[in-house]
Design a protein. Sequence first.
Lengths: 334, 174
Amino acid sequence: MKISIRVFDKDEQTFLATLIGQAAKRLNLDLTYTDAANAEVVFVKEDEPGAGLFAQACAHRQGPIAVVYGGQGYSWCLERPASTRSLIGLLPLLCAKLPAAELLDGLDAGGLEDSAELPRGLLPVKHGQDFLQQVGEFTATAAAWRARFGGDLQVFADRARGLAYLPESYSWRIRDLLRLALASERPQLHPLAAAGLGDVVVDMHSMPLEGFLWLAAQEAEPEPPGNISRAILQRKFKLKRWPSFSRFEHNSMHIVLSGQLMKQPSTLQELCSQSDWAPREVLKFYNSACMCDLLQLEEATTVAALGTGPIMPGIPARAEKAGVFSRILRRFAG
Amino acid sequence: MAEIKIVITGAVGAGKTTAIGSISEIPVVSTDVAASDAVSAFKASTTVAMDYGELTLDDGSKLRIYGTPGQERFSFMWDILATGALGFVILVNHSSPTALADLDFYIKRFRKSIDESTMAVGVTHIGDNLSSMAKYYDYMNSQHLPYPIFPVDARKAADVRLMVEAMASMIIYE
């Protein structure tokens, strides 16, 4: 992989090059540094002139992959300060995007802690792990639960009815509430008997519990790939069923990823490398699906696609139909 | 492709005509007549040949949206409408005691055409309790059908668009 580091600050450039070198060594990757135009991956620093424009241009045309150091919201970002761990996560994803994707095959599988299973709520997120894990556990085991956010703000969940009760109809305030909970507020959660909800929720607003769980995980900032166990990154999974998108906020990427994961199992690494979406957004989808208990992990050795499904990629008219559907979706969007 | 069309099918009262009306840019062309048999107990009129709505795409071509007649005795229309369809939306009325059997019937009835295109399932009249969706998910999994299935309100354009968008995703991104 040919890499160029276009960071003006010499100390920072050296720092980044050292870390990239260490990560590449751990991964047994062959890297070449270059200042020439044939670089396949270019690291740029977000606050330097033209970095954002460069990254956007790279995202929309054939050319090098631009990794924005210290940036957010771009297709490819690297948190600042960088760490060897974050680069160990990032470099394989970059490799997979390049034509010579076979570079991935030789990766050293050791080095990071693996976990065989991912319990509901135990997600690779930066903050709020305790909150999400408790919500996940209570939703799986208790008939109902209550989260007290401080003051009079409370959320109730009724598992049997599949509903969450909120102090007001869904709004951005709920998102704020969740962000606070995930960041620092540490709401108190208590399991309840379903009968205990009684009159408490009469004046509250309900939304599907699945939607609340999906939203909670969406609001949680995922860990950068480098901090995520490779057992998670490289484990194939599929969806048990389609999320109930008609009942809660979602976006087109969620629909596409759901379709893909209903048809065949994939790894996070594959999803990040196949799609044009930022790995961060793919991870958020993964976290939401996990929170809603929609993920079905495949056996580690399972690599084959579902063989019994009716999808028939060999149909000659399929590409034509895909084109027509694209036009229909544009019509809906317009 | 001579005609760009999507077929919305399902049993009587599942919401086919309503669904077409929610996304069509023209008033739905219906062939409804006053119901005169058992259907009249819960519907004033029923579709005997087809419903029709349309959307104009960016190149000026028309997306034609056909609704099949719900009653099986008008099923001679089904194959005519299904021929060359881009995809199928099957609507199931959850409040019907035969909802699951209806879903099974329509999937099997159109299976060949679905295999050559794509489909989405919308479960109507289901209310807020999404746990009722479990039996439909179980059915789809047992039949190895990865197609999208959602609880929907046929009156909501967003729900109908979601079904089309989701079934498109099964074809566009392979």
